[in-house]
Every structure is written in C-alpha cells, then in structure tokens.
Write a protein that binds this ligand. Structure first.
Ligand code: FAD
Length: 306
C-alpha cells in the first residue's frame, strides 16, 4: 500500500498533523518513538484548555482522538532513514520495515544540550527550565537564576525579570556582557555573577542553592537556562532540505521545505518561540498543505486523462 503521508514524530506538531490528515481521509502513518524534549516535565502550560496537563496525558488524549479516524495508524517506532525514489518516499524504521509514502511531514523536534555542570539534569524540568512563558508563572517572585554562556542570556534575563525582582545571571566563568549591557542590567537590579558553577544543591529537583567553585553558595530557588539546541533526528543527507542559521529545517509559511513533497513543523524548524500550541498549529498547517498538494496533483492528472 502506498501511504498518502508519513508523519515522523508524534509530539503536538505531528499529532495535530495526523489528526487533520485523518479527517481529510488521507492514508497516514504517524511514527513516534516517544522521546520528546519535554519528557522531563510533569505539567505543561499555556495551551488553552490544557494548561497544567502532563505531556504524557496530552499524548494519550491525542492518540484517543486520532484513533477515531480509520485512515490513520500510529506506529511506536523510530524512523531510521528516508529516501526519495521517483517521487515516492521510502521510510525505513529501526525494525527494518519499509513504507512507501507520497508525502513526508517531519515533526521530530529538537533536543537540548544542557551546560556541563554537575547535577544540572536533576533540576531541569522541575525548578530549572528553558522558557519563561512556559514556566515563569510557577517560579514567580522567587530568587531566580539565568544560567547562560552566550549572548542570549541578556534577552533571557530581560524576559525573566517580568516574573521576579530578584534575579542573578550566572555566566559560569565567562565574560559575556559589554560595559553598556552591564550598566543596563544593573539599573534594573539584575546582578551578574561570573564565577564558575561547581554544582546545584537542592532536593527532589527543587533548587535551594547554586554552589560556586570558590566554595561560596548563592541562594536560588529556580531559574532558566539558555541551552544549546540540536536536531532530534536528521534526514538531511538523503532529503536535501535547507537548514536555517540555527540548524532548523527551513520552510515557507505553508510548512513546505525546498524538497518537493517534504514538509516540516514544530520545534524541528528552530525558527522562533517553541511551544506546544505553536507546534500543534504548524502541524495543522503542514497537514492542510499536504492535502492541498495531493488534491492539486489529482486534478492535474485528471486533466491529462481527459
Ligand atoms: C523543560 C521543558 C518545559 C517545557 N514546558 C512547556 C510548557 O509548559 N508549555 C509549552 O507550550 N511548551 C513547553 N515546552 C516546549 C515544548 O515541549 C515544545 O515546544 C514542543 O514539545 C514541540 O513539539 P514538537 O511536536 O515539535 O516536538 P516534540 O514534542 O519534541 O516531539 C517530537 C517527537 O518526535 C519523536 N521523534 C524524533 N525523531 C524521531 C524519529 N526519527 N522517528 C520517530 N519519532 C521521532 C520524538 O521522540 C518526540 O516524541 C517545554 C520544553 C521543555 C524542554
């Protein structure tokens, strides 16, 4: 059987794409190995009607909704390779199964690379986060940290200052800011600590103190990290799509990549704010775009037959 579409990645982007394809009667398989970047959190915020929902519960509800549509199927396995042959895509899973599809939606997300500081992973997702719009409310009015080793720290600190008046930027041994930037931050009561961080101290993921390499500790109850991003999966060597300056898959506003038949949505685009509702909206757009392309192709073929 030739699928209309293979959706790779079952976070909110891929799930919403699959829902819209199912409702469009498109033979679709969603492949997902269920390792999303928000696996570390037990509640996600900012998605209307789903504020505070556990991401795994979100996924369970999405699967239940999608399973109402007979043309779609969910395969809980990782896609290993995708090749394009004569306008058809061959999708190979890690189990060695091969599926043929007319269109591909890439919704594989990205992974964070956290700074190499002892115990950081114990706190990430519980009291240290990456997006103040997602988790700032829960940390409001507490003594907070911005942990950064790149210039994005300035922007992050300005954002986080919306939720607390007690903010310290930890540059972990780096000199990041110009004199002008330092003066600006100081004028808003935001302090800078350039010492190297030895470790994080706290219990059950809740931060109490940041310990510095000189032995001093600084009371902090949470914060935000400017982590590095890398693709969770890459099919670029065979699909030949273009990447943007952040390493995200470039698309137009219809989620089309520059490779005919390949669409991308959600975090894998690395093109601005990263949130569940934005990923889901892009998934919906990608599915509509796939559908529109298939309909155009059908009408063009019918015209030739007439
Ligand atoms: C700590 C933290 C807290 C967050 N809190 C919030 C919040 O409160 N509110 C909010 O809106 N956003 C939050 N986010 C951001 C949110 O998680 C992402 O924006 C969102 O998950 C992106 O959705 P996506 O579908 O693009 O990717 P993902 O959710 O990452 O899903 C990608 C899926 O594709 C799968 N996959 C990858 N490669 C393959 C492959 N080769 N084959 C098969 N499957 C594959 C992965 O396993 C994963 O299941 C948070 C992120 C983090 C890290």
């Amino acid at each position: 059987m030739i699928l209309d579409c293979a959706v790779i990645g079952g976070g909110p982007a891929g799930l919403n794409a699959t829902l819209v394809l199912g409702r469009s009667r498109r033979k679709t398989i969603l492949f997902d190995d269920n390792k999303p970047r928000n696996a570390v959190v037990s509640a996600s915020h900012g998605f209307i009607t789903r504020d505070g929902t556990d991401p795994q519960e979100f996924k369970r509800m999405a699967h239940a909704e999608i399973s109402k549509y007979p043309d779609v199927r969910i395969e809980k396995q990782r896609v290993h390779r995708i090749n394009k042959e004569n306008n058809l895509f061959q999708v190979e899973t890690e189990n060695g199964e091969v599926y043929s599809a007319k269109k591909i939606i890439l919704a594989t997300g990205f992974k964070e690379v956290l700074p190499d500081i002892p115990r950081v992973k114990e706190f990430y997702g519980k009291s240290l986060f990456s997006c103040p719009f997602c988790d700032g409310w829960e940390l409001r009015d507490r003594p907070l940290a911005v942990i950064t080793n790149d210039p994005r720290g300035l922007h992050m600190a300005k954002m986080v200052s919306n939720w607390t008046n007690d903010l310290i930027i930890f540059t972990n041994g780096n000199k990041l800011f110009s004199l002008e930037e330092q003066a600006l931050l100081q004028s808003y009561g935001i302090r800078i600590n350039e010492k190297k961080i030895a470790t994080f101290i706290g219990e059950d993921g809740m931060l109490h103190n940041i310990q510095l390499e000189d032995g001093t500790t600084v009371l902090r109850e949470g914060g935000f990290i400017t982590a590095e991003w890398k693709q969770a999966a890459s099919f670029g060597s065979t699909l030949q799509y273009t990447l943007n300056e952040h390493g995200g898959i470039e698309t137009d506003s219809w989620q089309r990549t520059n490779t005919e038949g390949v669409f991308a949505c959600g975090d894998t685009r690395m093109a601005g704010p990263s949130q569940l509702i934005i990923a889901a909206a892009e998934g919906s757009m990608a599915a509509m775009s796939v559908n529109a392309a298939l309909i155009e192709e059908k009408f063009n073929q019918d015209k030739q037959h007439a």
